[in-house]
Design a protein around this ligand. Structure first.
Ligand code: ZN
Length: 417
């Protein structure tokens, strides 16, 4: 289909000014802080709802706090291609993480509406209420509500002021008892597409504005406890020590080596604590964390087993005891091949080399994967920085991202059609 597309410059300028406008709704401090069911959340969805209506969509707040915009197809009530991302941020986050995935599709629909284009399916754009999980320490609230996987027990969780999620939702005018009604049936949603900043440096290093996401990585987290023998730093000979921290140091490097041995796997030890923690005492006990991620579940499970056995080998050789507890085992969400192909076509049509890359960070799309087929498009961000006030994209990349998305939307077809 040949399409008359709005210029990149026009789209980019609109997206940047809207991201800036939304970024002003912040609780204070550096960057953007916008948590679930706060007055900043309200202000953001009021503004977004106005943009949706201006683009020819209806806009409604669902019982779980998602703002849903809908653009009907050739006749009312058709199943929808769903798009969207989260309106909330981390503490002192940036303006684009999440917001780009709401603003860019609205600009695309505005383009369709202006030309009077109606598609053989509806379009829905969702501004998810909470993805980051900052206020109640539990993530993906909005997307899980729509996917029908919302866990009602989290309603009892309290924020730092002691307010339960249930109360916060009621105060916001929502209906927590009706969350199950937010869930969609599979036949109502054709697919879910999310455009998001990369939050990593790959596209920048490849010199590309956008990339096609292959999967959202699964993640295994472990808590490792090493028990050695504390002793006097001056009197115990080096040959007779069971130094828990020296053992842990070797284990940290083993995590790095194991995960670095093949592409597509990342592993991090981000926390470590030694006891008793005195300058003149051989460390007797150490606790450290391991976070390992890979796009393919089999690969992740294999690497986790290799990490565990490396830790046990080192412990045995050094005469310390290692206990490994798995604290999180979240499966990865592969993007659907036909969705990747259609995004790739759209990227190529824009004259861009279609790089495929995986996401090391979690996204709303991974919750939607329980309901429907998913696809994601990444937009380059400066130095890969995100979750930081310095998060930045260029207007040109925002415009290119929106053009690719618009091509994807207009050519969208279900497999077999
Ligand atoms: Zn995000």
């Amino acid at each position: 289909m040949s399409i008359e597309l709005p210029p990149v410059k026009e789209l980019g300028a609109e997206i940047m000014s809207r991201a800036e406008a939304l970024g002003r709704f912040s609780e204070g401090g550096p960057g953007v802080t916008r948590r679930f069911c706060t007055k900043e959340h309200r202000a953001a969805i009021d503004l977004i709802g106005g943009w949706m209506r201006e683009a020819g969509m209806s806009a409604t707040l669902d019982a779980s706090g998602n703002l849903v915009g809908r653009y009907e197809g050739t006749k009312p009530g058709l199943p929808a291609l769903m798009m969207g991302s989260h309106q909330d941020t981390v503490l002192s986050g940036g303006r684009y993480d999440g917001m780009l995935g709401i603003i860019a599709p609205i600009s695309c629909v505005a383009g369709l509406n202006k030309r009077g284009v109606r598609l053989p399916h509806a379009i829905e754009i969702v501004a998810f209420g909470d993805e980051e999980g900052v206020r109640f320490q539990t993530t993906l609230l909005g997307s899980r509500a729509i996917a029908g996987t919302f866990d009602k027990s989290v309603l009892a969780r309290k924020d730092s002021d002691g307010v339960t999620m249930e109360q916060a939702m009621r105060d916001f005018g929502l209906a927590p008892e009706k969350i199950s009604t937010v869930a969609r049936r599979k036949d109502q949603v054709l697919a879910f597409a999310e455009i998001h900043i990369e939050q990593g440096p790959v596209l920048e290093s490849e010199g590309l504005a956008v990339g096609v996401v292959t999967a959202i990585a699964g993640c295994t987290r472990m808590a490792v406890r090493i028990a050695g023998m504390a002793g006097h730093a001056g009197t115990v000979p080096m040959t007779q020590r069971h130094d828990a921290l020296a053992a842990a140091a070797e284990m940290v490097l083993a995590v790095e080596h194991t995960c670095g041995a093949e592409p597509g796997i990342v592993g991090t030890v981000g926390q470590i604590a030694a006891e008793p923690g005195a300058i003149n005492v051989i460390p007797g006990a150490v606790r450290f964390s391991v976070d390992a991620r890979a796009p393919e579940n089999a690969k992740r499970k294999a690497v986790v087993e290799r990490i565990k056995s490396a830790i046990q080998d080192i412990a045995e050789r050094r005469g310390v005891e290692a206990r490994i507890e798995t604290t999180l085992d979240a499966k990865g969400s592969p993007c659907t091949p036909w969705m990747m192909d259609q995004f790739q076509e759209a990227v190529e049509a824009e004259g861009i080399e279609p790089l495929r890359l995986f996401s090391g960070a979690g996204h709303d799309a991974m919750a939607l994967a329980d309901l429907t087929d998913i696809g994601m498009l990444f937009v380059r961000c400066e130095r890969g920085i995100s979750h930081n006030p310095a998060e930045a994209i260029t207007a040109a990349d925002a415009g290119i991202g929106a053009r690719v998305l618009l091509r994807f939307i207009e050519n969208f077809r279900q497999p077999g059609n």
